[in-house]
Design a binder for this molecule. Structure first.
Ligand SMILES: [Zn+2]
Length: 187
């Protein structure tokens, strides 16, 4: 059984109240993300962390307040979420606009893609839908993500499950339930 974990945009500008584009409540996911990342590292599971890395005058700032400007404190990830993983920088909400990640995920032979981070209805949604559309089974970790709005979270859950994705808690993931369901398993 193989899996890959995707830690999406867990950067200070999104996670902390003082951040430039704070996702309200997102600080609660930091220890959960840290635990999932440590689990991946300890079990030899490929882990990719995506990060927004914008130029000071990025076109995205016409739509959003400036955030995650490369080299600023807000661009950084909490140190406890860093476990030696690959960090993929991106300039757009949809990480699948990065040819590097598209190619990597195409080559990735994995039975489960475990996705978490911020914000649920933007970058996490784009990553989950991108993986599902590439034919990868996706698991969204419901307590390791944070949405900007409850409606946004609900819509994302519906889209992900409609395409065959599953929703699990971090506890269930850490208990190994991200493996494909065995029909003889009563869980
Ligand atoms: Zn951005």
């Amino acid at each position: 059984m193989t899996a890959a974990f995707f830690d999406i945009d867990t950067q200070f500008d999104f996670l902390l109240p003082a951040g430039a584009l704070y996702v309200p409540g997102a600080e609660r996911v930091i220890p959960v993300v840290a635990e999932l990342n440590r689990y991946a590292a300890a079990h030899g599971i490929p882990l990719v962390s995506t990060v927004d890395a914008h130029a000071e005058n990025d076109v995205e700032f016409r739509e959003w307040p400036p955030h995650c400007v490369a080299g600023t404190l807000g661009d950084r990830k909490p140190p406890e979420t860093l476990v030696g993983q690959a960090v993929v920088e991106k300039q757009h909400i949809d990480v699948f606009r990065s040819p590097e990640l598209c190619e990597w995920s195409r080559r990735l032979m994995t039975e489960s893609c475990v996705v978490y981070g911020v914000a649920t209805e933007f970058c996490v949604r784009a990553a989950a839908l991108g993986l599902l559309k590439a034919g990868k089974p996706v698991i969204l970790v419901t307590d390791a993500i944070q949405a900007i709005s409850p409606d946004g979270a609900e819509r994302t859950f519906q889209e992900v499950t409609a395409l065959g994705g599953r929703l699990l808690t971090a506890r269930e993931v850490l208990d190994g339930r991200f493996t494909p369901k065995d029909p003889s398993d009563p869980r």
